[in-house]
Design a protein around this ligand. Sequence first.
Ligand SMILES: [Mg+2]
Length: 279
Amino acid sequence: MPYSRAIAIFTDLDGTLLDHDTYSWDAARPALDRVKLLGIPLIAVSSKTLAELEHLNQTSQLFDGLIAENGGVIWLRGTMEQHGPSIETIDTARDQIKGAVNVPLGSFRTVSPEVIALETGLPLEDAIRAGQRHCSDPLIWQPSAKDVAKGREIAARWSLNLTKGGRFHTLCGPSNKGHAMKRMLERLMVLNRDDTSETPIKHFTTIALGDSPNDIPMLAEADFAVQIPQKHRSRTAPLLEHSNLQLAPHPGPEGWNAAVNAILDEITNTNKNSEVLHG
Ligand SMILES: [Mg+2]
């Protein structure tokens, strides 16, 4: 099967490229070095804020582009696009929910960084960045099922969702990692056209890696979908039906390394033991 020589990689962070417990990506270093050597754009796709991703990228220099807040924010070469709802809409909807439920309600937008640090276990500096939100807001509350239903009803009036992540209910727009991936590919295409006098790239072969339900829209868009097994689970059920879904052999960065190397062996004329490009 012929593949475009242009490849782009989209990756979730927590539990995928970063180890679930230590946040280290060391075990993925060989594949990351190979990706750099081949000039393949690597895009971080996360529920984290842009401030959190930019901070990570300042120290690691891993990523060519950033997709934050689950697809609501897209950053490439210093230019940010916001695809999620305005923060005014989020604030208005959250205040209405607060007025309608029977429990105290705070959120990352309204509490102090100290409280975010307490709720998440993040160091204070990281908690400050986690609070710098553009288009989504994790709620801090102890709701009953009735409160959640009320919250969802109010969110829907504003065309918002109230989605349950690992820990928090997050008030957010309908944008997702898959929509953002498509938009990022358009922007990469334009960049490539502006950057090079060679034949413009008309299609990227895409590899996406993720470990959780919020990664499904991104995995569904990819030519090669890699599901990274979760670290403390004994069995992994496929997240989605996909003609080219692969289950990585290990959790976290170790699995990332193995899966990316195997796919690059298949679709490029390079071998991970060789730095020479053929063809
Ligand atoms: Mg994850």
